[in-house]
Design a protein around this ligand. Structure first.
Ligand code: MLT
Length: 239
């Protein structure tokens, strides 16, 4: 039976050992990538730094520069990292070069893994179905926040785990499911509201709310809104 495990923060290099890697950065990179592709963006190209993003965008046509530093849009970028900015009007038919603090760092650290996908609350069910079809080991890779544990990412990992069957749970996965139970009753009819409440109290959510991004927090806590699974192929995330 395939094994599923959880990593709790972004690190420099992750040995995937053939596992499918799911990058989870609920606030907000994963939710932004899923939304952009859902709304007709051709591809999201993740890059590590602002200068790399500018170079990458200069080499391409029909491209938007997007991302954040300290959650704020860098100067001269077209879009920040708010999923609500990635409307069909803004991104349809375009490529997006994206640089974020933790999300793209996690993505860059597994560039050589054979299958890398993006997970969020928005597409949790679609991710679980994808993983079941793959029938391979899985690493749920929470991007965390500046090297620290992030509650919202781990709760999202728990939601994906809960929907996965049949998988054998490694230590990190067992802990995640057990820990999440103190925040969520997975079978409650108001589970989505419980997710919203828990996510809203997380460290990064409070920071985003202070900066005026409360609508982003509510949006990123919505469950199973989209059936797409962004897949990393030749350095680009595609639908
Ligand atoms: C990140 O990748 O660090 C986050 O997505 C930050 C943010 O909320 O914009």
């Amino acid at each position: 039976m395939p094994v599923v495990d959880v990593l709790f923060t972004a690190t420099d290099l992750v040995q995937a050992n053939g596992a499918v890697v799911v990058i989870i950065d609920v606030l907000r990179a994963s939710s932004t990538i899923v939304t952009a592709l859902q709304n007709g963006c051709q591809a999201v190209i993740p890059v590590g730094s602002i200068s790399e993003a500018q170079k990458e965008a200069a080499r391409r046509e029909n491209v938007l520069l997007a991302g954040e530093r300290n959650a704020i849009k860098p100067e001269h970028f077209h879009l920040g990292n708010s999923p609500l900015e990635f409307t069909p009007e803004a991104v349809q038919g375009k490529k997006v070069v994206l640089t974020t603090t933790n999300g793209t760092r996690a993505l860059k650290s597994v560039e050589n893994a054979c299958t890398v996908i993006i997970g969020s609350f928005l597409n949790a069910r679609a991710v679980a179905r994808f993983l079941e079809r793959e029938e391979r080991d899985v690493l749920l890779y929470c991007a965390g926040s500046d090297g620290r544990f992030a509650l919202e990412d781990t709760l999202c990992a728990a939601e994906i785990l809960r929907q996965l069957k049949p998988f054998s749970l490694a230590d990190g996965a067992r802990w995640t499911l057990q820990g999440a139970k103190s925040y969520l009753d997975f079978s409650a009819p108001d589970k989505e509201f419980q997710i919203f409440k828990a996510v809203s109290r997380s460290r990064h959510a409070l920071r985003l709310i202070n900066l005026g991004f409360e609508e982003d927090v509510a949006y990123c806590a919505r469950l199973n809104q989209m059936d797409i699974v962004p897949l990393l192929k030749d350095g680009k995330l595609i639908k």
